[in-house]
Design a protein around this ligand. Structure first.
Ligand SMILES: Cc1ncc(CN)c(N)n1
Length: 215
């Protein structure tokens, strides 16, 4: 079993819970209240900036030049491309300006940045992997099950179910598998733990948006 197969098996129950969350079910149906999507988008815009910074830091700390380039590009992509998507969503969904991070976003961002700065780089790579892999799996899941022809959230769904994102996800999985193959058993276990923690924080992020959790 590869490290990534083991890691996914470890978060399978978390992933199942994510697919059953009201936020995801209502996004798929197109019935998610606008206020909850706006809350999510505003928080996600802040998240993406700091996610990008964490990725660039992992790139700077990566052992090989290929991983360095890969993660620096991921970092650039998170900030430039996804922020641009959010900018257009902001006008489509009547959101203006930026706002402070609420607890779930704050917790997730600071977990990723402290892991990227202070933990071994392979653990940091594993910590950012759910941000790729879970979004791809959820995007595909929603895409496959959607019925509403006029779903207002269609563009969000298409982004994460799309081919461009799929290529980045495969690359992120490969980097983790390569790092794990060269690591000790103890380090592989630490990588799995980081993957599980970040998956829980993905769950929290959607759950808090649905419940509009503020400080
Ligand atoms: C919270 C979160 N996690 C992951 C992704 C996908 N990059 C995102 N946009 N937002």
């Amino acid at each position: 079993m590869t490290w990534s197969e083991q890691a996914w098996a470890a978060i399978e129950p978390i992933y199942q819970s994510i697919t059953e969350m009201p936020f995801i079910l209502e996004l798929q149906e197109g019935t998610l209240p606008l206020e909850k999507f706006q809350f999510y988008m505003i928080q996600d815009s802040a998240y993406l900036e700091h996610f990008g910074r964490a990725l660039a830091l992992i790139g700077a700390r990566a052992d090989g030049i290929d991983d360095a380039l890969t993660f620096m590009r991921f970092g650039e992509n998170a900030i430039v491309v996804e922020n641009a998507l959010h900018a257009s969503y902001f006008s489509d969904f009547g959101i203006s300006g930026r706002s402070a991070m609420e607890p779930a976003c704050h917790h997730y961002v600071h977990y990723l940045k402290s892991t990227a700065a202070l933990e071994p780089v392979e653990v940091a790579m594993a910590a950012v992997l759910p941000c790729f892999w879970i979004y791809k799996a959820v995007g595909d899941h929603i895409y496959a099950g959607q019925r509403a022809a006029d779903n207002p959230y269609r563009r969000w769904i298409d982004t994460y179910a799309g081919e461009d994102f799929a290529a980045s996800v495969q690359q992120a999985i490969r980097s983790c598998d390569n790092a794990a193959a060269a690591a000790t058993e103890v380090m592989r276990k630490r990588m799995i733990d980081a993957f599980i923690t970040a998956s829980r924080l993905e769950y929290n992020f959607w759950d808090s948006a649905y419940r509009l959790v503020r400080w």
